[in-house]
Design a protein around this ligand. Structure first.
Ligand SMILES: *Cc1c(COP(=O)(O)O)cnc(C)c1O
Length: 395
């Protein structure tokens, strides 16, 4: 490779360690353990004195290849893969926090992340204050002496609020806290939080990194001092392990990431423009629309606006259900970041287990519909949305 290979080249070439068989595609190692030539070698390996594989709960070559490739794309020293995005987030909280410490988090997060902080970490003495991700001062005001972590997604799910990563990194550091960014929506193809000052990036690989809706997985990327020293020990002890097969699928997914993200963005821009024209721009939440409150910031912070959008139907849940049921192309599913366009009613699905007050704060209204715009023809998608709006009596 050249001295300084570009993102597209690293997405395809990074993390390859060819075996003696000279395979071209990355090797898959479905083995639970590894053998040592001698008892002395085994002892040295377990003592951490000699590098190499031990046991696939925490060392597997296929998983490592995925970790290396993703770390390179995010611009981080070290990647640690997990069984799921929630596994990666759980390990991050376990690795960074002690009982009695405090988290400031965005009030517009993936529902399970809010639930994890509210219902589980609260039982172990970690309290969380939720704030508007776009209101920097609110983050500083919520920080206390016990605050160790700022946690956010940008753009947020499903509110599509844009948070200023560089500003919040500064505010976190001033408060003596780390900033962790869930980069699931943008992927490193569109946004690299570590370059903007974030301390760690977490991922649900289940979404765009796979990109074809096949496997569940997650990852954390950051400097060795955090990802290696604080997060990896949680993987080793708690065993929230990514399977080698899933890692192999994610490696293949990363190869086409930038190509796919370009088309997801093209299609989402077209669908957003169509919905804005049909329903009024004020009803559509997409950072690519000039009326979006985070438009200018997203333009600076991201290379493009992403494949997700949400919009509000006037009369709430009944309208939303009628519309969703009338769609012919999009799949009704909670997944996102798939080649297939997916449609979700967040209030009754992904965000049904967070409280009404939290839903309101995060902008998850009863009439809100989220679309993850896939790679089908934009013309076909717009035609399908049009017939569904008409069938549901909404235009
Ligand atoms: C899906 C998702 C997660 C959780 O990931 P899983 O792989 O489903 O555990 C976390 N954050 C965001 C933004 C997500 O969309």
């Amino acid at each position: 490779m050249s001295e300084d290979p570009s993102f597209e080249t690293r997405a395809i070439r990074e993390g390859i360690h060819r075996t003696g068989e000279k395979e071209h595609s990355e090797a898959l190692f479905p083995t639970s353990s590894f053998v040592f030539d001698t008892a002395e070698e085994a002892a040295a390996r377990f003592a951490g004195e000699s590098p190499g594989n031990i046991y696939s709960r925490f060392t597997n070559p296929t998983v490592r290849a995925f970790e290396e490739r993703l770390a390179s794309l995010e611009g981080g020293e070290r990647g640690v893969a997990f069984a799921s995005g929630m596994g990666a987030i759980t390990a991050t909280l376990l690795g960074l926090l002690n009982a009695g410490e405090h988290v400031v988090a965005s009030n517009s997060l993936f529902g399970s992340t809010t639930g994890l902080l509210n219902n589980i970490f609260s039982r172990f003495g970690v309290a969380t204050t939720f704030v508007d991700p776009a209101d920097g001062q609110a983050w500083s005001d919520a920080a206390t002496d016990a605050t160790k972590l700022f946690f956010l997604e940008t753009p947020s799910n499903p509110g599509m609020a844009v948070a200023n990563i560089a500003d919040l990194a500064e505010r976190a550091h001033r408060a003596g806290a780390w900033l962790v960014v869930d980069n699931c929506f943008c992927t490193p193809a569109l946004q690299r939080p570590l370059e903007l000052g974030a301390d760690l990036v977490v991922h649900s690989a289940t979404k765009y990194l796979d990109g074809q809706g096949r496997c569940v997985g997650g990852a954390v990327v950051g400097p060795e001092a955090l990802a290696g020293e604080k997060i990896f020990p949680i993987l080793r002890s708690a065993g929230i392990t990514m399977s080698p097969f899933n890692a192999w699928v994610f490696l293949k997914g990363l190869e086409t990431l930038s190509l796919r993200m370009e088309r997801h963005c093209d299609n989402a821009e077209e669908v957003a423009a169509y919905l804005a024209e049909r329903l009024g721009a004020e009803r559509v939440r997409y950072p690519g629309l000039s009326n979006h409150p985070g438009h200018a910031l997203a333009k600076r912070q991201q290379s493009r606006f992403g494949g997700l959008l949400a919009f509000e139907l006037p009369a709430g849940r009944e309208d939303a259900f009628r519309f969703v049921n009338a769609l012919k192309i999009p799949s009704i599913t909670a997944n996102l970041g798939d080649t297939k366009t997916t449609v979700t009613h967040p209030a009754s699905t992904t965000h049904s287990r967070v409280s009404e007050a939290e839903r309101q704060a995060g902008g998850v209204t009863e009439g809100l519909v989220r679309i993850s715009v896939g790679l089908e023809s934009a013309e076909d998608l717009k035609a399908d949305l049009e017939q569904a709006l008409v069938t549901a009596g909404l235009v």
